[in-house]
Write a protein of this length. Structure first.
Length: 143
């Protein structure tokens, strides 16, 4: 039996939820989208502690970090997480995006999320540029 020892040259994406979000189907769907866009994906799953997101981001040095939330707490928890990520010099220019249902009382304030350090915000049901378009334009090595 011959083993395949080739190195996966695809760019790496780290996919996660926020600590309070136990939903998983959104993560499965996003993983498939990212793989179709040419990424090797590490999916940290639901209810991911902030420290794990930071540690894995530093360890992996991904070309893209995607935070997804559908429980309505994405804004508050996303701001906390992105500030921790951006405080690491190694992650200062890594594209970091957030999407999903980010607020419990209607639309989240996308400006505050971008000001905190996200490169793009994809609010559930909001008009604007699409996630795949952003990924293609921001991560030239993908696809």
């Amino acid at each position: 039996m011959k083993l395949n020892n080739t190195i996966d040259e695809r760019p790496c994406a780290l996919l996660t939820s926020v600590a309070s979000d136990s939903h998983t189907w959104n993560l499965v769907y996003l993983q498939l989208v990212l793989e179709e866009l040419g990424f090797r994906v590490t999916n940290l799953g639901a209810c991911t502690p902030d420290e794990l997101i930071v540690d894995e981001s530093l360890s992996m040095e991904p070309e893209l970090i995607v935070v997804s939330s559908v429980n309505g707490h994405g804004r508050a928890e996303g701001i906390r997480v992105v500030r921790q990520l951006r405080s690491c010099p190694e992650l200062a220019v890594t594209p970091i995006v957030i999407g999903g249902k980010l607020g419990i009382c209607g639309a989240a304030d996308a400006t505050s999320l971008r000001d905190a350090g996200f490169d793009a915000v994809f609010e559930d049901g909001a008009a604007g540029h699409s996630f795949p378009s952003f990924v293609r334009s921001s991560c030239a090595r993908a696809a």
